[in-house]
Design a protein around this ligand. Structure first.
Ligand SMILES: [Zn+2]
Length: 97
């Protein structure tokens, strides 16, 4: 299944990026300090194929989800903020606006 291969490549990119220091989002180019995980199927539904193997920050992921009108709030359990001076763990509480 292509999605699983993409996820493996994605994880490899993530590790490579992390090894170089600050990883950057390949959509907007900004430093990606939020670490989040969603199931493969949700990732493949929301993220365009050209970015599925790349680092995508939470803000861009949310933009993609909004464009496709996909509510991923029940698929995302925890978000980690990995800052330079402090790190935080967030619990998801819903996505209604
Ligand atoms: Zn981004």
């Amino acid at each position: 299944m292509k999605c699983i291969l993409d996820m493996v490549l994605c994880i490899r990119d993530y590790i490579l990026d992390t090894g170089r220091g600050q990883q950057t989002c390949k959509v907007c180019g900004r430093p990606d300090k939020f670490d989040f995980q969603v199931p493969d199927i949700i990732w493949c539904l929301i993220v365009p194929p050209k970015y599925q193997t790349k680092v995508v920050c939470l803000a861009c992921f949310d933009d993609f989800a909004t464009a496709k009108n996909i509510d991923y709030s029940t698929s995302l359990q925890t978000i980690y903020f990995a800052g330079s001076k402090a790190s935080f763990k967030f619990e998801v509480c819903g996505g209604d606006r």
